[in-house]
Design a protein around this ligand. Sequence first.
Ligand code: PGA
Length: 258
Amino acid sequence: MKNKIVAGNWKMNNTFSEAEDLLVAIAESIEDMRLETEIIICPPALYLEMATDIAQESNFYVGAQNVAYAEKGAYTGEISAAMLKSVDVDFCIVGHSERRNYFHETDEELAKKIDILLANQINPIFCCGESLTDRENGNFKQVIENQIKNTLFHLSVEQFENITIAYEPIWAIGTGLTATPQQAQEVHAFIRKLIEEKYGTEMAYNTYILYGGSCNAKNALDLFSCTDVDGGLIGGASLSAQDFVEIVNAAETCTKND
Ligand code: PGA
């Protein structure tokens, strides 16, 4: 039995008090649940310390949404991996399509971010996924393969063990258009095969591959039931404690039925 991961990516949402209310509401809802599922909450950087404080008394992990590619110094506005670690952050999203598109992050920069996170014992959640044009042109697998190979395949076996992958088709993010379970399964199986070819069968099995893109309380069960979908990276639906916990429950159901 392999348990699932449900991660919430809050993006640039919530004021301090809203963030606190949401964290407390989630912590209260999961308090009495004996969860197999691993929960990771990724709030804006400003609230990470509050989140890790609340997480200490609860059973979720905290992730950042971004990290600087450099170690320290004159990078106005950036937050380093060591800073994240100093407030007990355990995970960090890397390569989200919003960062690739709006902030022009390249595979090369993302590889540096991966390295610096690993050097600071923070587990990267690496996002990959194709645009609608790539999907329609039929070259989406090539795009995903390039993203993964360019950014992750320089890692040693020991390093790769700490990687979680999120497949997030760009056309499904925040659009209400979800990949069908068949579409998700096809890409997840493809990614797992790439990992198998590079790092072997055991690593391929052990690596968590999450689905992200309009995943919600209604469709989570169908998506998470796919053989190669190990959970979800949830955007919009992670901003409601009730919806988020329903998604966690879907993950629990899948693990128990496994
Ligand atoms: P969404 O976002 O669930 O709002 O589509 C997912 C993500 O971008 O991580």
